[in-house]
Design a protein around this ligand. Sequence first.
Ligand code: NAD
Length: 483
Amino acid sequence: MDTGHKDLHKNFIGGEWLAGAGVTRNINPSNTNDLVGEYTQADAAQAATAIAAARAAAPGWARSTPQARYDVLKKISDEILSRKDELGRLLAREEGKTLPEGIGEAARAGQIFAFFAGEALRLAGEKIASVRPGVDVEITREPMGVVGIITPWNFPIAIPAWKIAPALCYGNAVVFKPADLVPGSGHALAEIISRSGIPAGVFNLVMGRGSVVGEAFLTSKHVDAITFTGSVATGRKVAATCVSRMAKFQLEMGGKNPMVVLDDADLKVAVECAANGAFFSTGQRCTASSRLIVTEGIHDKFVAALSERMKGLLVDDALKAGTHIGPVVDKTQLEQNLSYIGIGRDEGARLALGGELINRENPGFYMSPALFVDATNAMRSSREEIFGPVASVIRVKNYDEALAVANDTEFGLSSGICTTSLKYASDFKRNAEAGMVMVNLATAGVDYHVPFGGRKGSSYGPREQGRYAAEFYTTVKTAYTLP
Ligand code: NAD
């Protein structure tokens, strides 16, 4: 369908670029006068067309050789890495993270494709002795078939990469829906994939609304597995729908990640971990340190030093050199952040600094990073994910109380501790109820070749990334032979 929009960015379905039923405008949160581009929006019928294209292409790709998969994934990696500056700029412009953060994320996407290019050559099974005489037993991994990929707005290229790369590596066809707010990076990635030599239909980009395109993925009997990253509320819907039709699914959702600071911590390290973990990327990370749990001996020094550090953090246009923190992604998220500032105050937390709207040269969604002190772990501002540059300091007596408070949450994604004690570090690694534990490192910031994921309300299903990704993107077959 021709919508009449010049330079419309289209969906990629069955090897062709197609306009959908509507158009969305991708706006730069650092400057709302800047239109990043116009992107088509699929309706349910177009989503069904994409699913059918993936279904038709899946058997051929499942039979493709490791070499063919390596070649495609390596080519995608090479192009991403050679264009990382430009892709990082697009990402920073549409999402609002700073240019260095955007370039770093684009590079990470390239590295992920390189990792899974290698993994395609290392697909292995097992052959083991049977308990019955003369029988051979072989255990192999086969692709799931068609994988539906639904991603959030906060990592517009890395999260799509860490789902698309393993899906293709293990022989699946893909239907991919980027978040409505940030279709640009997903579209750029799809263009790169379209040039990789991948057969038509194996990879499909379907931009559009979650309630339309996402829902079409969830309900289609032709989509064998759904991998989802986003909010808890949407994750619950994904789970309920997938269970009702017995589809395999994997969920990565929110966090309320604790960073414990003990009396014996190196103060500089602790302040850096907190500033980075809580405020970089505008606090819009599922692994952000939103609860700073600090023992009483270091509490006042830590709050004073962190406040000083925060005063030096420049909030401005994501593309400007020297900006430390970009804008909030959109108006709705900004309003949510500010409403939690009100909630925290009403509950009795004291706003030590920040939490205010800021005006910059261009109209954008700017706020200063906010630090609550005198917070308790019972407050809503300490229990609910805000997803902005807002952190609460919770004072505790000792390590035991710190560990108890760190684990007293419905989430369990990432958990950190700053200490120079081997005893406390070891105990925390053992007892933190989280999928990832950091010692003297920010709770956010992970490697791309090892498992990523959480526990409790943060995650459901097998881990993502690294070799563990095979668990979700394949199904195991056990074959018995009596020669
Ligand atoms: P969201 O749940 O609003 O949207 C996520 C995706 O789901 C989007 O593509 C959206 O269009 C789609 N969607 C919405 N409604 C749907 C429906 N009914 N059916 C199918 N799909 C639907 O989340 P968001 O606001 O984009 O992202 C922020 C959230 O993501 C935060 O909670 C954050 O913690 C979480 N997140 C988690 C991780 C992790 O790995 N644990 C990583 C990044 C972000």
